[in-house]
Design a protein around this ligand. Structure first.
Ligand SMILES: Nc1ncnc2c1ncn2[C@@H]1O[C@H](COP(=O)(O)OP(=O)(O)OP(=O)(O)O)[C@@H](O)[C@H]1O
Ligand SMILES: [Mg+2]
Length: 248
């Protein structure tokens, strides 16, 4: 048995923060787990990421954007995700195909059937077992990112995180790396609202796969809820024999 978990949600909803915390929690408990992000997660995918998210690439056609995201995804699935799942591991992926449906489908108005066909080609039909949705309005997410960027620019340190004791503390700034502001972030607010609304439609179409969480909650509370939600799945995952649980 393996487990494929994806994280979705509007900009700034806390996907990367929660994906990192869950990774750290599972790793410390001795599970075979990797964390990857989209677009990227491979050498080739990271190069594609730079092209597709570069703020200067304002001339990029929507079709190019759609194909580049899919190309990065194809590389990630083939090089990293599928081989790790075949070994019985847990893969956490910060954004996956649902981002294409939400951003290029509902956001840009691309044909959904076309996107589904393209995604099936890119992923070979690989679907997540569980998709964690961090539910925040587009306006709140963008505002959160704007605020964090201002703090960053002003050189103010973010307050320390108050993590529950059962969750491991990460060495660095948990989910508080430099705030990225990319070509897609810079799109108009109406676009981001369509994306958030699109996610709701995707959840309604496949409610059994999605687990939605109120992303306005404190980071540590959310992390505990997400870990708790995955507990039943973890029973089927074989622990790493050589790893001593890390209880720092
Ligand atoms: N529950 C929360 N409450 C308040 N702030 C949060 C919460 N979760 C994350 N943040 C902060 O909001 C900012 C965005 O978080 P994060 O980068 O994890 O979001 P994201 O969904 O990955 O964003 P992006 O869509 O840009 O990749 C970070 O500064 C993070 O520390
Ligand atoms: Mg992120």
């Amino acid at each position: 048995m393996s487990l494929f978990v994806t994280f979705e949600g509007p900009e700034g909803s806390g996907k990367s923060t929660q994906a990192r915390l869950l990774y750290s929690y599972l790793h410390a408990r001795g599970y075979p787990v990797i964390l990857v992000r989209e677009p990227g997660g491979t050498r080739i995918g990271d190069l594609i990421r730079r092209i597709v998210l570069d703020l200067q690439h304002t001339e990029m056609a929507d079709t190019t954007e759609m194909l580049l995201f899919s190309a990065a995804r194809a590389q990630l699935v083939n090089e990293v995700i599928r081989p790790y799942l075949e070994q019985g591991g847990i893969v956490l992926c910060d954004r996956y195909a649902d981002s294409t449906y939400a951003y290029q489908g509902y956001g840009l108005g691309r044909d959904m059937n076309e996107l589904r066909t393209l995604t099936a080609i890119a992923t070979g039909g690989l679907l997540p077992d569980v998709t964690i949705y961090l539910d925040l309005t587009a306006d709140e997410g963008l505002e959160r990112k704007r605020r964090k960027r201002q703090e960053q620019d002003a050189g103010r340190a973010a307050p320390p995180l108050n993590l529950p004791s059962e969750l491991p503390r990460l060495g660095g700034a948990e989910g508080r790396g430099p705030i990225e502001w990319n070509r897609l972030d810079a799109r108009e607010v109406a676009y981001h609202r369509r994306v958030a609304e699109g996610y709701r439609k995707l959840i309604a179409q496949e409610p059994e796969r999605w687990r939605a969480f109120d992303a306005c909650q404190a980071i540590d509370a959310l992390a505990g809820q997400i870990a708790g939600e995955l507990e039943p799945w973890l029973e089927h995952i074989q622990m790493l024999e050589t790893t001593t649980p890390d209880t720092q």
